[in-house]
Design a binder for this molecule. Structure first.
Ligand code: ZN
Length: 326
């Protein structure tokens, strides 16, 4: 698909860039935007990847975006992020869907309304499963117990930093998915973070991943139908990805776990949350090594520190003006 972005006549100014979403509608011709134009206007210049024409790197002193032709996976400041649609290359022009500029590439620089700040930030932690719903089970782990334990460790770190912490459950009890998003709606926290442990049939699979709500009209990262409807979970399109990127970045740094990326899914707790929301999968109990780590208190503290640091960093940066240009 041919990419046209104002035919190159527009003069990119700092003001135009910071207006963010305001000009998005005027440049998304053919529903795609040029990475060279957008990132170049922010001072991130394209570097060739020697011997590999299928990849490109855009960078400045503070940020780096690495893309691959026909792939939905990019590396944003070293963290894997899955877009709704693939990056395309047409001649020298690299492009992404307009929606992916906002929700996958340009999110650090896009001015977006941030909820009114309270005296103390409020975070709602959601330990997955509980009661009769054990979640995934291995010989040595029951998901609902690990999620509760780790959520409490995260809560302690946040509280020590002056954040008010609430839990969807703080003991072993059953909650429906609707109960959980109803709490997010009622409390209107600055961030909603759901905590889970992963499981799959392939014992070789390991690592951490963080989910955000899928954009309207697109299929989720792991497949499914392209639901055209917008939900409460789509309201915070920039803040959702900022929170997810920050949490995954810190989680990988503190645990050393494999980065499986920010992915998109219409999970009920994300779909129904009208506040910035993510779902963290802290590792695979079906991988023997990761299962052993998830049993250790020391590793749970590392997971908790990574998630908590990611939330704290989000709470600080989400309210700052966009990053400097050039
Ligand atoms: Zn789960």
């Amino acid at each position: 698909m041919r990419v046209r972005e104002n035919g190159g006549v527009r003069r990119w100014t700092r003001g135009a860039v910071l207006a963010g979403l305001a000009f998005a509608a005027t440049v998304a011709v053919g529903d795609r935007v040029s990475l060279g134009s957008r990132l170049g206007a922010l001072g991130l210049h394209e570097l060739d990847v020697p011997g590999d024409p299928s990849r490109a790197v855009f960078s400045n002193r503070w940020h780096q975006v690495e893309v691959e032709a026909n792939s939905r996976r990019i590396l944003h400041d070293g963290v894997a992020v899955y877009l709704n649609g693939p990056v395309l290359r047409d001649g020298d022009t690299w492009s992404v869907l307009g929606v992916d500029w906002t929700e996958g590439v340009g999110f650090p620089w896009i001015a977006t309304p941030v909820p009114v700040r309270r005296k103390r930030d409020l975070v709602l932690l959601d330990p997955g499963h509980g009661g009769g719903d054990k979640g995934a089970i291995s010989q040595r782990i029951e998901e609902d117990r690990v999620t509760l334990d780790v959520a409490k460790r995260i809560g302690k770190i946040l509280a020590a930093q002056g954040v008010t912490v609430k839990y969807t459950r703080d003991r072993d009890r059953e909650l429906t998915l609707t109960d959980r998003s109803a709490m997010a709606r009622k409390l209107a926290p600055d961030a909603f973070v759901s905590i889970h442990v992963n499981a799959t049939g392939d014992r070789g699979v390991e690592g951490v991943e963080v989910f955000v709500m899928t954009s309207p009209g697109y299929a989720s990262t792991v497949g499914g139908k392209a639901d055209a409807a917008g939900y409460d979970g789509n309201r915070n399109r920039v803040l959702n990805i900022r929170l997810a990127h920050s949490v995954l970045d810190n989680l990988v740094q503190y645990t050393g776990a494999e980065d499986r990326g920010v992915k998109r899914a219409r999970f009920a707790v994300l779909k129904g949350s009208p506040v910035p929301a993510v779902l963290v999968e802290m590792g695979f109990m079906t991988n023997p090594e990761e299962e052993s780590r998830l049993i250790s208190r020391n590793y749970r503290d590392q997971v908790a520190m990574g998630v908590a640091r990611g939330i704290l960093s989000y709470l600080t940066t989400a309210r700052k003006p966009p990053d400097p240009v050039n």
